[in-house]
Ligand binder design. Sequence first.
Ligand code: ADP
Ligand code: ADP
Length: 259
Amino acid sequence: MSVIDLRRLTGVARQQALRIVLIGPPGAGKGTQAATLKERYGLAHVSTGDMLREEVRRQSPLGSQARALMAAGKLVPDALILDMMAQRLQQPDVSRGFLLDGFPRSRAQGEALVAMLAAQKQPLHTVVQLDLQDEEIVRRLSLRRSCPACGRVYHLHSNPPTLHGLCDADGSALVHREDDNEVTIRTRLSVFHEQTEPVIEFFRSIGLLRRVDASLPIDHVEHLVERLIQGALTKSSPLRTSRRLAVSKYRSLGRSLRG
Ligand code: ADP
Ligand code: ADP
């Protein structure tokens, strides 16, 4: 694909309100890739982890229910997450397209999402799976540092900030997340294998899943993700099939979510 084709497709994508899910284990690079895609395609970056951390910070009722589960590396119950997402996906910025990061994380969340979008006739364009081995995940997360203000992430070795300890974007002091310690990372990994892998399988079964090797350097992963998105825009048949399937199979589920 030539540079001109890529530019044209990026323009098409901007007009099309792209709807994408980035899925993968903790530490696979979802937030890192989302930051780039958000800029390039003008998408709303919807990270359930960032939303929940904000609820915890505000000490809201949801934050109080989520706090201990998050610190232990366990999932927040589906019903709470689905309520939060049903509201978030009604916000005006989402109508220009969105990128979901950290959601869905269970099969029930995945089915409910497909149902809700089918009912709104706004199906997903693609689901990009960032695939990474457990040991590399432990290395990445142990040295991850995050900006509490804008959510941008760094790695002390592979992706350091320009000024030690400070966010490049807004100068805030970077933090080492409470759940980025080895014991909790290992719990999150088993939660991923038990609860999130079934939703990846679900997306595969409806023809939406595309896999990327997330062990490659950040810019290489970026390039591969970009190609998948462009591919999803040019190839319509598998998506149409999955949309049809999603619309018929999950329409009733969508009604119950909205109701
Ligand atoms: P996730 O959102 O999937 O939990 P992040 O985007 O926060 O993952 O990335 C986890 C850590 O790995 C961060 O420290 C980030 O800087 C680093 N990282 C992300 N992508 C890569 C990559 N392709 N190669 C090396 N390190 C990476
Ligand atoms: P990471 O990408 O590093 O796994 P996140 O920031 O996405 O971390 O999520 C942090 C924590 O927030 C999770 O370990 C979990 O407790 C909670 N969480 C985030 N998204 C969801 C979700 N969709 N369903 C249930 N719990 C969630």
